[in-house]
Design a protein around this ligand. Structure first.
Ligand SMILES: Cc1ncc(COP(=O)(O)O)c(C=O)c1O
Length: 410
């Protein structure tokens, strides 16, 4: 817990320059500087005790709510006997997490490659695709966000997050997301992998048509390319199923999970894949190492997070229906600003008339104590990632503050 006197102003004075003075000043000028003191359930609090209803949750990191009691208890218990462990060794905690991932992911996905962040897992999946196919071309959706490391950054849609770091990695090509013809024209015997999110979470929050992913799967099979699905945001119950791709009943070759897998408590990620892909490492198991990939404590936390997600899913979907009704009502009454709301599971995309309206909504909600974050490529469409634990009280609070904010947008 931070000192109860650590206000935003004092934080800037005392620590601001250590995070880049100008950078902190810009965040402050935007009116978006929050110095967190503690978190609990659907809320985070600043040092002055101001409460924020968190409908962002870092895109799902805190999907189970802040300091979820089951996750905290499992982590506390684990720290009695466990520490990080070693990347070279195995443990019951790691075994049980891998088994749980295999049980919950689609079809034949079974073998796990441990990692720490979403970006790292995305990079690993691309290396695996290139290594196992002997091909180099990677096709990915346009306007995507898959992270900020080498391979993942190469696929990023937002030019200002990429251009200053160029040149990036060759043989990546964007296809129009959701448009099967665009993929059909691009895919060939040169294609190592097609990498897609079940929905473009950083852009329009629009899920592709029912026949899109089955056809993507078919094309990958026809040309011998690996299908990689990035579930960093859409997985762990976010789209109403355990994994977003379950909506289409499609089995990818590799599935990437991070964010919600952490239970909001311990950074951890994984690439879960068909067993024959990981056999590529059979003769040399150390083809890739990562010091922090799957600590023993993290493995206990992540397994608990999966089990909690399974337990909460149907209740969350019911609450999600109630929130959807509230949002549709607001969109009908304030259609000048909020044109429509798209919803899949517990992921909502608010379609504002333009970028400034989306931005003003986000800032207005922040001032009123609700965290909503716009995406780097589309400020007109903020997304909501409410925690899976919300109840009627949080929905009512959101509705009241959203209405207050919408009234100011004309
Ligand atoms: C869809 C998607 N993939 C990958 C990542 C990268 O994850 P991380 O920030 O843990 O590196 C993100 C991060 O927001 C993401 O939204």
């Amino acid at each position: 817990m931070t000192s109860p006197t650590l206000t935003s102003e004092r934080f800037i004075e005392q620590y601001g320059r250590f995070f880049g003075g100008q950078r902190i000043a810009t965040i402050h000028n935007l009116g978006y500087l929050l110095v967190e003191a503690w978190g609990e359930g659907s809320y985070i609090f600043d040092a002055e005790g101001k409460r924020y209803l968190d409908f962002w949750n870092v895109g799902g990191v805190n999907s189970l709510g802040h300091r979820n009691p089951a996750v905290v208890a499992a982590m506390e218990e684990a720290t009695r006997t466990q520490d990080y462990g070693s990347l070279f060794f195995f443990s019951e905690a790691k075994g049980r997490l891998a088994e749980t991932l295999a049980r919950t992911t689609p079809g034949r996905l079974e073998a796990t490659l441990p990692a720490v962040t979403g970006s790292e897992a995305v990079d690993q999946s691309i290396k695996m695709a290139r290594g196992t196919t002997g091909r180099t071309e990677i096709l990915h959706g346009d306007h995507g966000y898959h992270g900020v490391t080498g391979f993942s950054l190469t696929m990023i849609g937002a030019a200002d997050m990429r251009e200053w770091a160029e040149p990036l990695i060759p043989d990546f090509r964007a296809v129009r997301y959701g448009d099967i013809e665009s993929l059909r024209e691009a895919i060939s015997e040169r294609t190592a992998a097609v990498l897609l999110e079940p929905m473009r979470t950083d852009y329009d929050g629009r899920a592709p048509d029912a026949d899109y992913f089955p056809e993507v799967r078919r094309l990958c099979d026809e040309f011998g390319a690996k299908l990689i699905i990035d579930e960093v945001v859409t997985g762990m119950g976010r789209m109403g199923y355990m994994w977003g791709i379950d909506h289409w009943g499609v089995e990818p070759d590799m599935l990437i999970t991070a964010k919600g897998l952490s239970g909001g408590m311990y950074p951890i990620s994984a690439v879960v894949m068909r067993p024959e892909i990981l056999d590529f490492w059979g003769a040399n198991p150390y083809r890739n190492i990562s010091s922090y990939a799957w600590s023993n404590i993290g493995a206990v936390v992540a397994r608990t997070a999966i089990e909690e997600t399974e337990r909460l899913l149907s209740q969350a979907n019911e609450m999600g229906n109630r929130l959807a009704a509230v949002l549709d009502d607001l969109a009908a009454r304030y259609s000048g600003a909020l044109r429509s709301v798209r919803r899949t599971g517990m992921l909502y995309a608010l379609d504002f008339r333009d970028d400034p309206a989306g931005m003003l909504f986000m800032l207005g909600m922040f001032q009123r104590g609700v965290i909503v974050v716009g995406s780097s490529q589309n400020m007109a469409v903020p997304k909501l990632y409410p925690p899976l634990i919300i109840g009627d009280e949080q929905i009512a609070e959101f509705a009241e503050k959203a209405e207050d904010t919408l009234k100011t947008l004309g």
